[in-house]
Design a protein around this ligand. Structure first.
Ligand SMILES: Nc1ncnc2c1ncn2[C@@H]1O[C@H](COP(=O)(O)OP(=O)(O)OP(=O)(O)O)[C@@H](O)[C@H]1O
Ligand SMILES: [Mg+2]
Length: 345
């Protein structure tokens, strides 16, 4: 065996101790090390990432450079490529067959110092979940509750836009996330974590991103953390209900038939996952005519009778949270009453 091969083997055995931060398995076992080369004093290691554009590359790079420095290689260059679909499938098959002790992908986190974790959800898209979360947060903060919002919608985050946020989240020296802030309300969404802070945003997958945003964040002592959920019943909502210690859920619906039908699907999901539901916030329930000043109901479908309606919100023609929420007194009172039911501790 040549010296070069011995050297390579030593490097491989050290690399074998480095785990992919997402999957929790050695990067060597995952066949992520494409080659190791040495020119002069520069050591080059090429890593094939499992997902293109994967932000966890920064963590892998840091871990490898640190391990190589400990081996005496001060000048280590990491190059990145990506696995093909076939390569990824093969790796998955091998690893899952051989290694039965893989960590469970979903673990339930603890409550931290957050008194109430409230999920605002509907399997139906566009019913106003994000809008309702924003209103609830502004009113709960005005009522004196220390309030936060976690935007769990990874593919379509809305909170940054709704609050017209300019300031992004930041990080502590230990790479813990510090949420952005709007008049004392803590706000965090995936779009508030910039690429310059890739160490605080490791997972390309929806599930790991949501878990990391909840668990790696310095939320402090919050009275209430509202979770703005994405629509659907797949990865995003499932992760929230399985990994985050949700105290209760409110269901957002609109009076229309389709929204009510999908509302029922949401109920079934909550039942399976054993998440208590406080009630329904019926959004765009009516509108106030600006000519006659009367309330007009919007056409509705079959109601969900199993749950109480804890607030009815009008159709608001211009909605903005910037510099205060402009909503009528009745809506504000309706949301305050709903919050009293929702905030238990
Ligand atoms: N009460 C309301 N009056 C008028 N427009 C509203 C109201 N609530 C929400 N909207 C509008 O409806 C659209 C969808 O609202 P929003 O993004 O809050 O829904 P969502 O349920 O969070 O959507 P998604 O499922 O995509 O996350 C937005 O354009 C929003 O401004
Ligand atoms: Mg939304």
């Amino acid at each position: 065996m040549s010296l070069e091969e011995q050297e390579k083997e030593k490097i491989y055995s050290v690399l074998d101790r480095i785990k992919d931060p997402e999957i929790g398995v050695s990067i060597v076992k995952l066949k992520m090390v494409e080659y190791i080369d040495k020119t002069g004093s520069t050591l080059s290691i090429k890593i094939k990432l499992t997902v293109p554009g994967c932000p966890l590359s920064a963590t892998i790079e840091k871990d490898i450079k640190q391990a190589m420095a400990e081996l005496g290689y001060e000048d280590t260059k990491i190059l990145f490529g990506f696995m093909t679909k076939q390569e990824l499938e093969m790796v998955k098959k091998e690893i899952f067959k051989k290694d039965q002790k893989l960590p469970s992908p979903i673990e339930k986190y603890d409550k931290k110092a957050i008194k109430n974790v409230i999920a605002v959800y509907s399997a139906k898209g566009g019913v106003g979940k994000s809008t309702v979360v924003s209103m609830l947060a502004l009113i709960s903060a005005a009522m004196g509750y220390k309030t936060g919002i976690l935007d769990c919608d990874i593919s379509g985050p809305s909170i940054t836009a709704l609050f017209n946020l300019k300031k992004m989240a930041s990080a502590t020296k230990e790479n813990r996330i510090i949420p952005a802030e709007y008049h004392g309300i803590e706000l965090l969404g995936i779009d508030m974590l910039t690429s310059a802070e890739t160490l605080i945003w490791r997972g390309p997958l929806v599930s790991s991103a949501i878990r990391q945003m909840y668990d790696d964040t310095e939320w402090g002592n919050l009275d209430v953390l509202f979770l703005d959920l994405p629509p659907g019943t797949s990865d995003g909502p499932l992760t929230v209900f399985q990994a985050i210690p949700v105290d209760m859920m409110v269901l957002v619906t609109t009076p229309q038939m389709l929204s009510q039908t999908i509302g029922r699907k949401t109920l079934a999901m909550a039942d399976i996952l054993k998440i208590p539901i406080t009630g329904i916030i019926e959004n765009m329930s009516y509108f106030i005519c600006d000519k006659c000043g009367n309330k007009h109901s919007l056409p509705d479908g079959e109601k969900i009778k199993e749950l109480p309606i804890i607030a009815r919100l009008p159709f608001i023609s211009s909605f903005s949270v910037v510099d205060g929420l402009v909503i009528d007194k009745e809506t504000k009172e309706s949301l305050m009453n709903a919050l009293v039911l929702m905030i238990k501790r």
